[in-house]
Each structure stands twice: as C-alpha cells, then as structure tokens.
Design a protein around this ligand. Structure first.
Ligand SMILES: Cc1cc2nc3c(=O)[nH]c(=O)nc-3n(C[C@H](O)[C@H](O)[C@H](O)COP(=O)(O)O)c2cc1C
Length: 222
C-alpha cells in the first residue's frame, strides 16, 4: 500500500457532522449579520466548541496570490471583526498594499461556518499600542522582538531575543513596538453556513455595497 492509499483509507473513514447540527431558520435571522454572528458565537461558546475565537484570515499579495493563516478574534464591534498582528509580517505587508481580507470561522462541533469578506483597516498607532499593553507578558515579550515571518536560523535565537525583550519590558512595562497593528475587518459580505447531515445545508448571505448602506440578504444554493 502506498502512502497515498493509506491517506485515502483514513479519509474514507472520517465522518462529517458526526455530532449532529443545531437548527437554523434563516427566516428568523436578524437584519444585521453582526447580531447573528453574536448569537452563533455565544452558541459556540455554550456548546463547548474549542477556541471558537480562532479564525482564518486570508490576504493576497501584489500579484493576487492568496495566503491564509489562523489568528485570534480580539473583538467584535459595530465596525467589524478585530485582530492584532505585526504590520511587518507577511499578512501585515500584504494588507498595507491591499486591504481586501477574508475571514473564516469553522465551528465543526456544530457543522457551522461563517465567512466574511471586507476591508482590513489599521486602527492607528495609539489603539495598536494600547492593545499591545493589555496583552499578557509572554505575548508582549514575543511581540516586542517581532520579526514575525522572517527566516530564522535556529530556535535558540528566539530564546536569546525573548531574554532581551523581557529585560526591556521589566525596565519599561509600557513599551509597545511600532510594528504592532490592530486591525478591524469592516465587512461587505457575511455568509452563515449551517451544515446538515442529510446535505440540505443552509447558506444565508448578507451583502452591502459599502459600510454606510443597509444589508441585503438572500439564500445561496449549497
Ligand atoms: C490558534 C492560533 C492563534 C493564532 N493567533 C495569532 C494572532 O492573534 N496574531 C498573529 O499574528 N498570529 C497568530 N497566530 C499565528 C499565525 O497563524 C501565523 O503563523 C502568523 O501570524 C504569521 O503569519 P504570516 O506569515 O502569514 O503573516 C495564531 C496561530 C494559531 C494556530
């Protein structure tokens, strides 16, 4: 048996929607997708979905080639979904050229997915520094030496950099690096996907041309 065969065998045995799925009636959905997100998110927390605040953020480089990675949702406000990262990382550099971004939440225990398309707006130096100062010490240590997404010669370099960062923070606890960035993804499209074991999945999409317009919504073929 080749490696490909064994992966295929493993794949064939894997169930989807094994835990069953909660009901979702799109006719009763609120007018604002952020309200529906709040309700689904609270449902995910209540159902014990692990790390429900982990979301995939997709960006694209200057040639339109996409890249995606998981980050933690820091907040949800009327403006949109918030996350924090280094502006000098791959995603930070890509967002500086092209603010277009997409988010995906996957709450597999409930067969649910939420997809967001929008514009990632940098919250500004002051808000970013404030976000940094509120982070736990180890996160600030890592953020202070930064260099996220740069090539690394050996793991020991991280320990050396962390030692230096810890010392700097001991002397100046309010330090915040210039390349720390807080971003809000302002949505123009939000889709709620409710999986169904019988494959009668429900897709409800909200769209608006810009942040000042009202949301329109409609169903999509699954
Ligand atoms: C569960 C989880 C949470 C993460 N949260 C963050 C985060 O909040 N901010 C961040 O910059 N990277 C976070 N990362 C690391 C990113 O996935 C990624 O490796 C890093 O941001 C570099 O991405 P880039 O090179 O595409 O810019 C997280 C990874 C995982 C698996």
């Amino acid at each position: 048996m080749t490696n490909d065969d064994s992966i295929r065998d493993l794949l064939r045995g894997l169930p989807v929607f094994a835990a069953g799925t909660p009901p979702f009636d799109p006719d009763t959905a609120p007018e604002d997708p952020l309200d529906l997100f709040r309700s689904w998110f609270a449902g995910a927390v209540e159902a014990g979905v692990p790390e429900p605040h982990a979301m995939v953020v997709a960006t694209a480089d200057g040639r339109g080639v996409p890249s995606a990675r998981v980050v933690i949702m820091k907040d949800l406000s009327a403006r949109g979904w918030w996350f924090a990262t280094t502006t000098t990382s791959r995603k930070g550099r890509e967002l500086a050229r092209n603010q277009g971004a997409a988010l995906t939440f996957h709450w597999k225990e409930q067969g649910r997915q939420v997809r967001v398309r929008g514009v990632a707006e940098h919250a500004g130096a002051e808000a970013s520094a404030e976000d940094f100062r509120r982070r736990p010490l180890e996160s600030r240590v890592a953020g202070l030496h930064g260099r996220q997404s740069e090539p690394l010669d050996e793991l020991a370099e991280i320990d050396r950099a962390a030692g230096a960062s810890r010392e700097r923070l001991e002397h100046a606890p309010d330090l915040a690096p210039d390349d720390w960035g807080l971003y809000a993804v302002v949505p123009h499209e939000v889709e709620f996907w409710q999986g169904d074991p019988d494959r009668r999945h429900v897709r409800l999409r909200y769209e608006r041309p810009d942040a000042d317009s009202a949301w329109e919504r409609g169903l999509l073929w699954p």
